[in-house]
Ligand binder design. Structure first.
Ligand code: NAG
Ligand code: NAG
Ligand code: NAG
Ligand code: NAG
Ligand code: NAG
Ligand code: NAG
Ligand code: NAG
Ligand code: NAG
Length: 527
């Protein structure tokens, strides 16, 4: 929806959050009651939580936000139209509670809904945006999670109208609230991603983070095996969206759930390491006073939090996937390189990752730090990794001289991988072959590790692989935030079917691709 993007940028040039990353320079960290307690919230839970976050070292580690989710409200607005808190649940009131948080060193966040009612059936904000924003400001609220239940009509245009209104209202306050947008979640998981991506196009212009897809499964409602699946489902949505993230705007795959008995410690640590590799929000939903030492220990791992809070806020992307191992990388602000490897398989297993797959020059020795153990080693050639089922290794590689964005180029609807053949490409299941790992040069050429001297080019009958020549426009490709990969000679878009090259459409499933992090992303402008 490039034309709409241009129009939006023209209306709100300087207020857009990605234009002002200082509103939230790194992803938020903190607590929210929802996934653990749903509507079972009250004053004593929040006060206990705040105290435990201090005593367990979570505040000191950076978890400095406390957020109330749905069901804090009364069913009726006050006679003057203001929202009111439930005085049984919050006997001292939310102004008192916010001051209590601030006194202990936390920021105060709240929940509302953009539609006629919240998901829990309490008054929504539609038609009351200015009043509600002023009310929140007067209560000392600094962060708003705005849900999208009960929006009528429930189409993309209506959501954009409501969320852009909130953007204007929140940014015109004396102290603009951080704005977490749930709108995209209402368009995910359909059999046509176009509307979802059109919503994703505007959320970075209006707010600082977006709940892009399904909720993490709430505590206790599902069979045990559902919980790890839920983590993997949200992980699976997140990897489709890396191109949208940049400092000031974060994709939000939902809460960290550290005290859930249906996850193993390895699974909980994976959840945390993967979210940190994404520079995703780290909002814990748990009963904090009862967190075990082992849970607190991984949640406060300084080296991994530093990856999450890295100033580049880059979202790690897939180097490869074979059904057993997911390998991800990204760059960090000081030039270091991150390597994250998840064992998705059901057994302990081993894999080897070569230096070139990490995007680094071969014939060079690096220092690699295991961020779980803190141990550093020398690294050249390749790294061999053994992992328990559902465990994740996370390494920080330093002494890096140069990086070439390297990894999968995959269709975000079919999840199939662009695979080099002798003279051209196909799209097939991802199996981590060298023919599926692509290097993207700074001039925009695409070469598979299986044939590093060959580049993808447009040709009379679609695309082919030819001897690389970065001066040839037919071999240069531009990656747009819409997910389109546009050939510089023909201005046509890469596509999965029908000759692999076609007229660019508006975020059509056939034409939207995930590329390695570090590839330049063109924002705004015409596709
Ligand atoms: C507050 O909420 C917690 C969590 O739902 C619950 O265990 C506790 O009993 C509640 N306390 C009061 C006073 O309602
Ligand atoms: C406050 O919450 C309690 C417990 O959920 C509920 O019984 C009561 O009706 C609520 N009060 C108001 C005024 O909404
Ligand atoms: C509306 O009424 C509530 C209490 O009923 C009060 O706390 C609030 O300050 C009033 N709002 C305005 C804008 O006067
Ligand atoms: C939603 O709220 C709007 C304005 O507040 C109102 O006009 C509309 O009838 C409501 N829709 C439904 C389905 O309740
Ligand atoms: C998906 O939706 C878009 C926008 O409504 C439409 O243009 C496109 O044709 C749809 N794609 C498929 C495969 O149905
Ligand atoms: C692991 O087991 C689950 C269910 O028990 C199954 O759905 C999944 O395909 C298995 N994974 C692999 C990689 O074999
Ligand atoms: C280990 O992973 C490889 C793929 O990386 C797979 O071929 C093999 O079957 C896996 N072994 C076990 C025991 O699952
Ligand atoms: C690709 O994977 C799907 C689902 O795992 C499977 O049904 C299909 O046979 C695979 N296709 C090929 C060509 O291996």
């Amino acid at each position: 929806m490039a034309s709409a993007l241009v129009a939006i940028l023209a209306i709100f040039p300087a207020q857009a959050s990605i234009e002002n990353p200082s509103i939230l320079p790194t992803p938020p960290m903190g607590f929210n009651n929802w996934a653990r307690f749903e509507c079972g919230l009250n004053q004593s839970l929040f006060v206990e939580t705040a105290d435990a976050m201090v005593s367990k070292g979570l505040l000191a580690a950076g978890y400095d936000r406390i957020h109330l989710d749905d069901c804090w409200l009364q069913h009726e607005r006050a006679p003057n139209g203001s929202l009111q808190w439930n005085t049984t649940l919050f006997p001292n009131g939310l102004i008192w509670l916010g001051e209590c948080f601030k006194g202990k060193g936390f920021h105060f966040g709240i929940y509302e809904d953009s539609g006629n009612a919240t998901c829990g059936g309490y008054p929504g904000s539609r038609g009351h945006e200015e009043l509600d924003a002023k009310t929140f400001e007067s209560w000392g609220v600094e962060y708003l999670k705005l849900d999208g239940c009960n929006v009528y009509p429930d189409n993309e245009q209506e959501y954009q109208t409501l969320y852009s209104k909130w953007h204007q209202v929140l940014t015109s306050l004396e102290h603009p609230l951080i704005f977490s947008e749930s709108a995209p979640a209402y368009f995910s998981a359909t059999d046509n991603n176009t509307d979802w991506y059109e919503v994703m196009d505007w959320v970075p212009l209006y707010g600082e983070l977006a709940r892009h897809s399904t909720d993490i499964a709430v505590y206790g409602l599902y069979p045990a095996s559902h919980y790890w699946q839920s983590v993997m489902v949200n992980y699976g949505f997140e990897v489709l969206l890396a191109r949208y993230q940049q400092p000031g705007y974060y994709n939000d795959p939902d809460f960290i759930i550290p005290d859930w008995p249906w996850l193993t410690l390895d699974e909980k640590k994976s959840h945390f390491a993967l979210w940190s590799s994404f520079s995703a929000p780290l909002i814990i939903s748990a009963y904090i006073p009862d967190l075990s030492d082992a849970e607190v220990e991984y949640l406060t791992n300084k080296d991994i939090i530093a990856v999450d809070q890295d100033a580049l806020a880059m979202q790690a992307t897939l180097v490869s996937q074979d059904g057993y191992f997911d390998v991800l990388t990204k760059s960090l602000a000081n030039g270091d390189r991150l390597l994250t490897v998840l064992n998705r398989g059901n057994y302990t297993n081993s894999t080897t990752v070569s230096i070139e797959r990490v995007g680094l020059e071969t014939y060079h020795t690096y220092t690699v730090k295991d961020l779980w153990t803190g141990d550093s080693n020398k690294f050249s050639g390749s790294i061999h990794i053994t992992l328990n089922t559902h465990a994740t290794a996370i390494y920080r590689i330093s002494e890096v001289s140069s990086v070439i964005p390297t990894g999968m180029i995959f269709n975000t609807a079919s999840l199939s991988c662009m695979t080099a053949s002798d003279t051209s490409i196909t799209f097939t299941n991802c199996t981590a072959l060298d023919a599926q790992v692509w290097q993207v040069s700074s001039s925009g050429t695409l070469s598979p590790l299986s044939a590093p001297n060959k580049c993808l080019e447009s040709s009379a009958h679609g695309v082919s692989l030819g001897r690389c020549n970065s001066r040839s426009a037919s071999m240069r490709w531009v990656y747009h935030v819409t997910g389109n990969l546009i050939n510089s000679a023909t201005r046509l878009c890469l596509q999965e079917r029908a000759g692999y090259l076609g007229k660019c459409g508006e975020e059509l499933d056939n034409q939207v691709f995930g590329l390695p992090s570090g590839v330049r992303v063109v924002r705004g402008g015409k596709v």
